[in-house]
Design a protein around this ligand. Structure first.
Ligand SMILES: [Zn+2]
Length: 202
């Protein structure tokens, strides 16, 4: 049975994941944001990855993400890709670029990391989904925690499968895989210095 991107968004929302619509791309990989002054094709630097403003329902990207099925049904347009705001969804996502995969494997082997829900990104990297532990407050979204590795939580969004960006399709490695609790060594990076001092780590 055919499922639209909106159907997938509703499915994520039922799990408590906060979603928002994202521009999609045409068959040639060109972003549909034609006419959006900030992203003039063919130079859109974030083809199929940046928020799609939708009436007054989703005015500010990931900050407008919701689990409300009525807002999702009304606000989704055509083939809009799916954005996730990890923070309110109780998630912390490690965003590994393709060139950071070897570094991530090294870190995971040395410091320990349970298998967890993973998506292959359009650019050939990985999104590793972790559950935020109880009692942990805001987790910002620091960039470059390690070479080619960012953390996405309260201050950013990301694209979910089965969206297709200008670089390619997002796919779950195993959509039924469990979500592991976020490792402490990732959290420490996510919180930056204040967390490190408060908890005496690193
Ligand atoms: Zn665009």
């Amino acid at each position: 049975m055919y499922r639209s991107l909106c159907d997938f968004s509703l499915g994520y929302a039922r799990k408590g994941w906060h979603v928002y619509p994202v521009w999609s791309v045409d068959e040639a990989g060109v972003c549909w944001c034609k006419g959006d002054k900030r992203h003039v094709p063919p130079l859109c630097p974030h083809a199929g990855k940046h928020p799609l403003p939708s009436r007054d329902l989703f005015p500010s990207g990931y900050r407008s993400a919701t689990v409300d099925p009525h807002a999702i049904r009304r606000g989704w347009k055509g083939t809009a890709n799916i954005g996730l705001h990890p923070g309110p969804s109780g998630l912390i996502v490690v965003d590994v670029e393709a060139y950071g995969l070897a570094e991530w494997d090294r870190l995971a082997a040395v410091r320990g990391q349970s298998p967890t829900l993973t998506a292959i990104t359009g650019g050939g990297g990985r999104h590793l989904f972790f559950r935020k532990p109880e009692g942990v407050g805001r987790v910002p979204s620091p960039v470059g925690c390690w070479p080619g590795i960012d953390i996405r939580a309260d201050d950013s969004g990301l694209v979910l499968p089965p969206s297709v960006s200008g670089k390619g399709a997002y796919l779950w490695v195993d959509s039924e895989a469990p979500i592991a609790v976020c490792p402490q060594w990732v959290l420490v990076q996510g919180h930056g210095r204040s967390f490190s001092v408060r908890f005496g780590c690193e």
